[in-house]
Design a protein around this ligand. Structure first.
Ligand SMILES: [Zn+2]
Length: 118
């Protein structure tokens, strides 16, 4: 029996990812979607770009989708740029802080070496 070739379609989405994309199409905010599906906004926009899910224009989420696709925002999304950039920067700072905290946590055991050098 012939085994069908692996289709070259995008990777299958998980239930949470499919739900997140559905919620975005329904106009839920990225933060709401994160609460419901635990999918971070940046991942959501990347997913939407990967699976060709249309972005809800005129919203922060829509702008995020344009950004994930590395394309110019549409006429409706363009005015949201300043707000979106502020949100992205805030999220980046939180992510950086979380990474820094995680690193400190991980290196705590090896602190003796760090202190010896200081
Ligand atoms: Zn748009």
């Amino acid at each position: 029996m012939a085994i069908p070739a692996t289709p070259t379609s995008p990777p299958a989405v998980t239930t949470a990812e499919a739900l997140a994309l559905d919620l975005m199409a329904d106009g839920f905010s990225a933060d709401d979607i994160r609460l419901r599906t635990e999918i971070a906004p940046d991942d959501l926009y990347r997913l939407a770009a990967l699976h060709n899910v249309p972005s809800p224009h005129g919203t922060i989420e829509g702008f995020g989708c344009h950004r994930a696709r590395r394309e110019q925002p549409s006429e409706k999304c363009a005015p949201l740029e300043a707000r979106c950039e502020a949100q992205f920067r805030a999220r980046q700072r939180i992510a950086d802080a979380e990474r820094t905290l995680g690193r400190q946590h991980r290196t705590r055991r090896g602190r003796r070496n760090t202190l010896a050098r200081a």
